[in-house]
Design a protein around this ligand. Structure first.
Ligand code: AMP
Ligand code: GLY
Length: 452
């Protein structure tokens, strides 16, 4: 099959590398792609939100499958447009992508179908929102823009002044345009966060291995929110019991709820969860693979991604065997100096081979371009340097070792990716890290383990 992937970040690079492994995949194309992707797929300059342009490109290339990865084109209905032209397309249609496109929709869905989530109220005028905040008088207060807001539409206000400011800038000053003319104010929840991506064809739902994102720019969860500075998988806080509870109370009910609403979800449904003292609750749904969650989940997939995409399109996901490799995967994002605020572009990078890779790692390119045999920075998040190993500590050691081989001016990355996840192992004899590290060295020395 000739396959076109829409998007151009680390997530799309991870999808392309997994498709590249598939015996079913022939030519791979990507639009717009990036420097690292261009070494494995032919790239085009059609923007990921240009629906007509992507349909025209798919026709010109006569592709057999299109994978739409980012949120905006999904919410805008790109899958509907491609399927109307007869293309086998991976991703939810517009009426299902609304599960991410509108927080009001997703909160009402959860309320109607008893899916555990934070209590909330919806407002579209700032006066009643502020009156509600004053009446509640509990902080932090969580204020969310209804629509897509480049991952910046959630404010955790620490006091009344911050909350009032957030409400006014969203509703009155239309900080995120129409996306923020309606807001959701919800209860503040506590507990470890877990991301679970799942494959679903509307008939069955298959959760992938869990992961943990690190959203803040700096160590110890300081600094501004970003798209994600690193991830680990699986997430050790996501125990078998929690997984069972999520399946029964969240995953299956969500799939059924979407079916009952006539909005069958086909594609990758992302559950952003918080394991609260009262059980797991949904923080948010995304209608797509997470970024950088995908970078640690797909390398662990022991199945043919192309076959999975095809099966979802044909509503035959139950026929595919989906296995996972043992061990852990860690991804450390290297970002441009200044990110998530302004940052320079076009800085030459060194330490990578001609395919933009380093030994013993998967280097997923997010914001790079390839020019005259050189890789240059071209975005805020530049690379997702990813390694797997039998233990989490082992995966982190390898990832940081790989990071140390790559240099570019101003590069910054968090040095504490996985630290919170490692804490989950404290006090468990069986998961004693030193012992696991010894075991890993043994296995590595004896050549039993080699999963790169
Ligand atoms: P989102 O963009 O919806 O993923 O939200 C960004 C981050 O805000 C989440 O990853 C959480 O850390 C935090 N957050 C969102 N909703 C809540 C909530 N109800 N209680 C506590 N933290 C939240
Ligand atoms: N890493 C979070 C997201 O993809 O939304």
């Amino acid at each position: 099959m000739n396959i076109l992937v829409v998007g151009g970040g680390g997530r799309e690079h991870a999808i392309i590398m997994k498709l590249h492994e598939s015996p079913k995949a022939d030519k791979l194309y990507c639009t717009p792609g990036n420097g690292g992707i261009s070494r494995y797929a032919e790239c085009f300059d059609v923007s990921a939100t240009d629906i007509d342009g992507v349909v025209a490109l798919a026709k010109k290339l006569k592709v057999d499958m299109v994978v739409v990865a980012p949120d905006d084109p999904l919410v805008m209905g790109m899958v509907d447009a491609l399927q109307a032209e007869g293309f086998m397309t991976f991703g939810p249609k517009k009426d299902a992508a609304i599960i991410e496109g509108s927080k009001v929709f997703s909160k009402e869905l959860m309320k109607k179908y008893n899916i555990p989530t934070a209590k909330y109220e919806v407002f579209n005028d700032s006066e009643s929102a502020i009156a509600y905040l004053k009446e509640q008088n509990t902080y932090p207060a969580v204020i969310k823009a209804d629509g897509l807001a480049l991952g910046k539409g959630v404010i955790l206000a620490q006091d009344e002044a911050e909350a009032v400011k957030a409400v006014k800038s969203m509703i009155d000053d239309k900080q995120f345009g129409e996306s923020s003319s309606t807001v959701v104010i919800e209860e503040f929840l506590t507990g470890p966060e877990v991301s679970v991506l799942s494959f679903t064809d509307g008939k069955i739902i298959v959760p992938m291995i869990s992961s943990m994102d690190h959203k803040r720019a700096y160590d110890n969860d300081e600094g501004l929110n970003t798209g994600g500075m690193g991830t680990v998988a699986p997430n050790p806080y996501y125990t078998d019991e929690v997984a069972k509870e999520c399946m029964e109370k969240i995953f299956i009910p969500t799939m059924n709820a979407m079916n009952a609403e006539g909005r069958t979800f086909e594609g990758c449904l992302y559950f952003g969860l918080m394991i609260t003292p009262n059980g797991p609750k949904v923080i948010e749904y995304n209608c797509r693979f997470g970024d950088p969650e995908t970078q640690v989940v797909l390398p662990m997939l022991d199945a043919d991604l192309c076959e999975i995409f095809e099966a979802i399109y044909n509503h035959k996901l139950a026929d595919v065997n989906i296995g996972w490799k043992t061990g852990y995967c860690a991804c450390v994002v290297m970002a441009s100096g200044g990110y998530p605020l302004s940052y320079p572009k076009g800085i030459e990078m060194s330490g990578m081979d001609e395919n933009g890779q380093v030994e013993n790692a998967f280097v997923y390119h997010a914001g790079t371009k390839y020019e005259n045999g050189k890789f240059l920075t071209n975005g805020g998040r530049v690379l997702g340097v990813t390694c797997n190993s039998l233990t989490l500590q082992g995966a982190l050691n390898k990832a940081y070792d790989a990071v140390s081989k790559i240099t570019f001016d101003g590069a910054h990355f968090r040095r504490d990716i996985g630290k919170r996840a490692l804490k989950a192992f404290e006090g468990h004899d069986l998961l004693d890290l030193e012992y696991k590290q010894d075991m890993e060295d043994y296995i590595e020395e004896n050549g039993v383990y080699l999963r790169q």
